[in-house]
Structures are given as C-alpha cells and as structure tokens.
Design a protein around this ligand. Structure first.
Ligand code: SF4
Length: 255
C-alpha cells in the first residue's frame, strides 16, 4: 500500500493490517449479485387524495418531467436555482445544485444539503465532506474528478429526513443530471440516497455489497454509508472501506 492511501485511511480511522508480501488490503468479498430496481413504494396518502387533484398533480408532474428531461446544463441549473416546487424553497439560503466534473465516470449521490452546504451552496462540505474526499482519495479519486449531487437540492430544516413529496418534487433534476453526465458508476451514500434511487425500503445494511442498476440505463449503483453517519459511528468506517473496494472492483470490471 502506498503512503498516500495509508494517510487517507488513517484519516478515516481505519487501521490497516497487511500480511507480509501483500500489496493490497483484504476486504470481505461482497456477494456481487445484480439486483434490479424493485417496485415503487406505495404512497397511502396518494390513495386517499381527491381524484381531481390527483389528475391535476399528475399532469403537472408529467409536464415538469418532460420539460426537465430536455434541458441542457445551463437551463437545468437556472431552473433549480429558482425552483419553488416544494416547501423547502421557503427555508433555504440557496439551492445546492451539485459540483464536479460533468463528464465524470463516478457520480456520488448523497441525501440533501446540511447547514454548511446550505450556506456555501456546495454539497458535501464540512467534516462529512472532508471524510468523503478522503474516502475517494483512498481509492485514487480526487474530488474534482467525480461529480457530487444530492437527492434534494434544498436543505430540510434541522436536517430532518426528506419527505416523500419533497423527493418526488425534486426527482426530475437528479434524473436529468444522471442522464447528462452518463457516469460509468454511481456511488449512493447513505440510506436515503440508496432507497430513493432504487425505490426500495430495504435497510442499507442489506443493500451493501450488491450491484444495483439505475433504471433503464444499466449504470451500476453501489451503496455505502453516509460520511456523516460514519463520523457518528466510527466502527462503521471499516465497512465503508469495504464498500469502496467493492465499488472499485465493480468499476474495474466494467472495462
Ligand atoms: Fe425545488 Fe428540489 Fe428545492 Fe424542493 S428541494 S424547492 S423541488 S429544488
């Protein structure tokens, strides 16, 4: 193992044991099976909604999706900047669109902006961002090489979980980002990102170590823990490191 990676692993709090003569850390081998997207979660609130309202809302959502699906980067960024499609627009300082290489091979998707991201307008800054940078560097990726985005572009107050209607309202933007970037692999960090992307309710612990496929694109999706969670639960960092090694193997296998 080279010194640089050892340094970054130390930052992640991971103590690496190497057998004599070995050049790479041994991670548990994930199952590697491919899992297709599961069925949509049932929304009981939708079932109770007035039929007239539901038709109008579906039409509006459909029109919005169609418009966003035809946007270029500039149009998309401008639309997100002025978006008022959900209540989060009222409490945000600014939208957090995404950052990085728009032709990246790796796309990192998180949950939603926190307080610092809301202030700076950039995803994954602060301590969680530094840990993410270290995680990426540990597998040979600089932050500028990848693209980083969130499920939601506005901060939920008090860092609460996104609500289903907020995820639904914001979905078209991330969908368009993914199709514009056309990454070779998606790394979903955290439960919210993983479940939202794959439209499942599966606990994140059961999603790790598998390769999912993003909608009809065939882009592989690998799941790991959110850096903020790792900071709160340092013992999980080792599992996150295994996930990164797994993602790197999936990426290498694409070639
Ligand atoms: Fe619009 Fe998304 Fe912000 Fe809601 S979270 S206001 S849908 S950009």
């Amino acid at each position: 193992m080279d010194a640089r990676r050892r340094t970054y692993l130390a930052e992640m709090g991971i103590e690496v044991w190497e057998r004599r003569g070995m050049t790479a850390p041994q991670a548990d081998t994930p199952t590697g099976d491919v899992v297709g997207a599961a069925a949509m979660r049932q929304r009981t609130d939708e079932a109770c909604e007035d039929p007239g309202n539901k038709v109008a809302r579906n039409t509006d959502n459909h029109d919005h999706a169609r418009r966003v699906a035809a946007m270029n980067w500039d149009e998309l960024a401008l639309t997100v900047k002025g978006c008022t499609r959900c209540a989060l627009h009222a409490t945000r300082t600014q939208t957090v669109f995404g950052v990085g290489n728009r032709e990246a091979e790796w796309l990192v998707i998180g949950e939603a902006p926190g307080a610092e991201e809301d202030r700076q307008g950039e995803p994954f800054v602060g301590r969680a961002g530094q840990l993410l940078n270290s995680m990426l560097l540990a597998i040979g990726l600089r932050r500028e090489e990848v693209y980083i985005a969130n499920i939601l572009k506005c901060r939920p107050p008090n860092n609460r979980d996104p609500k289903p209607e907020e995820e639904q309202a914001c979905r078209d933007y991330l969908e368009r980002q993914i199709r514009l970037i056309r990454p070779k692999i998606i790394l979903a960090v955290g439960r919210i990102a993983a479940q939202n992307l794959m439209k499942v309710d599966t606990p994140i612990g059961k999603m790790r170590g598998r390769t999912y496929s993003y909608q009809d694109t065939g882009i592989p999706v690998v799941i790991t823990y959110h850096p903020a969670y790792q900071l709160r639960s340092p013992l999980e960092k080792r599992k996150a490191w295994q996930d990164l090694l797994y993602a790197r193997r999936v990426f290498a296998g694409l070639a």
